[in-house]
Design a protein around this ligand. Sequence first.
Ligand code: LMR
Length: 397
Amino acid sequence: MFDVLKPQPADALLGVMAAFAADKDPARIDLGVGVFRDAGGTTPVMAAVREAEREVLARQTSKVYVGAGGNRPFAAFIEELVLGSAHPARAAGRLVTLQTPGGCGALRLAADLIARAERATRVSVSDPTWPNHTPLIGGAGLGVEVYPYYDATSGTLLFDEMLETLERLPAGTVVLLQASCHNPTGADLDAGQWLTLAELLGRRGLVPLIDLAYQGLGDGLEADAAGLRLLAERLPELLVAVSCSKNFGLYRERTGAVIALAPTAPAAGVVMGHLQSLARRMYSMPPDHGAAIVAAIAANPDFRRHWLEELEGMRLRVTGLRRPLAAALRAATGGTRFDFIAGQRGMFSLLGLDPVAVAALKQRHHVYVAPDSRINIAGLAEPQIEPLARAIAAVLR
Ligand code: LMR
């Protein structure tokens, strides 16, 4: 049986991780995979996570299954974080939330649900988007098409072009949006643009699938969800894929959730039944540990306060690196090409370099960036800013 299988190309981003791990040059810089790093270059276990984890382990008396929907206090807390405690859709019972194995599990379950509903056979994603969106959605049997979003050469959002394309999509088409800290560009919609988009989606009968992987790392927990909340107030249906990898630092615990907003409470109940049956046939039930930690943080005001403080510290570190990096690039290149980095949000910016320049960064300067020239700003230590700027300027010459 296995003899018919052809070797698979390695995942490009995971390949960058492996190449960096193999490089022993002391000046190497890892701006590849999207993980937060502190000023010392490590991805710490958050202190609030450690406190909550100790409590979870001390009180856990059984490893019995968590159940089809996963940890329910976790699901309630995620709903509150994402939609706010007073969102009218919550009070109306139009929301359901299922715990998933990470944000990827949430995206795949959402795609399976869309495929099962059979109204939409295609999902429209931003150009560019996170490379794993296409296989996750395609794996559910859905086609993937793109809408213009960003011009990497000039570092500008293509909002008018985005609207023009969405305007032409057939009613019922699913549109994948990123709530904040757009991956890979770092370019987000502003409040007025979310409003315009909400009007278009409602008028054209398009259904948003919103990827929320960086809440709290852009402008703050509330601000990063504001556009999404607006859509949830105005539209009858939407899906949200939530990841706790970044804002709780729970990467390897695979902790996430899929949220569905339905037109009525009974319809929401039907959607939950489908999500549970789709999960059951794929992996049965979600892992417990990460969600139990998040639920313990939610339940304890001290843990919660510590988590909020820590997350804000992480956000400020990433935001604080942007201006110095843009200034160093201006000095090194003698031009304004990379000024856009200062005004963007979240962990990523797209340099707009070609593959030859990306390869030269790695081979000549030991600088590792994603294959599309995305940099993870959170991977940068302050003393690395100037060497990085000089390396980028050198590969442009
Ligand atoms: C990233 O974009 O680097 C992260 O979300 C990690 C991943 O799974 O690709």
